[in-house]
Design a protein around this ligand. Structure first.
Ligand code: K1U
Ligand code: ZN
Length: 185
């Protein structure tokens, strides 16, 4: 198991549409274990595989309240099959957009069909934070971010800030440093 690096905007991989999982096997279970470790370490209440650079439709979540026992949940190939007309507003955050929070309105309740870790088809009806988080994570599997629902002005400001940070830290990456070794030696 390992804590993986979380992609931060403007990383283009966050805009990819993830592929459906073909087999719920040992490799997938290892990915899920890494996702939980990464999500709890962040800390976060949800994580989509693409946030650690894996374009597969896999989501981990734990929306248990602070002092309640943990409630790890895995959703493989999740899809919304029904959503309520009633809306709910929640101040959302995103591990790929650190320290930025904004209110987002979404359906208050959803039904989601998915595979569990045994490859069994399941469906749940979610309300409240579970519904909000599920929709946020399913959006990630489709390359959609919560800032897509806020005003263009606010989104442009956030993107500008994170582009500036990315540009500044680019020079810190080993692959962007000039190789002092003369070629051919
Ligand atoms: O997908 C993600 O980036 C994770 C995100 C999930 C989410 C949060 C709020 C509304 C919708 C979806 C997070 O976990 S952000 C961090 C966060 O909300 C949190 C962290 C620690 C304790 C409690 C909440
Ligand atoms: Zn997110």
């Amino acid at each position: 198991m390992a804590v993986r690096d979380i992609l931060i905007i403007p990383d283009k991989r966050l805009r990819l549409k993830s592929e459906p999982v073909k087999a719920v096997d040992k490799l997938l279970r290892a990915l899920v274990a890494d996702m939980f470790e990464t999500m709890y370490a962040a800390p976060g209440i949800g994580l989509a595989a693409i946030q650690i650079g894996v374009p597969q439709r896999v989501v981990t979540m734990d929306v248990a309240k602070k002092d309640d026992p943990s409630q790890p949940q895995v959703f493989i190939n999740p899809e919304v099959t029904w959503s309520s007309d009633e809306k709910a507003t929640y101040e959302e955050g995103c591990l790929s957009i650190p320290e930025y929070y904004e209110e987002v309105e979404r359906p208050q309740a959803v039904k989601v069909k998915y595979l569990d870790l045994d490859g069994k088809v399941r469906e749940i009806e979610a309300t409240g934070l579970l519904a909000t988080c599920l929709q946020h994570e399913i959006d990630h599997t489709n390359g959609v971010l919560f800032i897509d629902y806020i005003s263009k002005l606010k989104r442009n400001m956030v993107m500008k800030k994170f582009k500036k940070v990315a540009k500044k830290t680019e020079g810190d990456k080993p692959e962007s440093r000039i190789d002092p070794t003369p070629h051919g030696l």
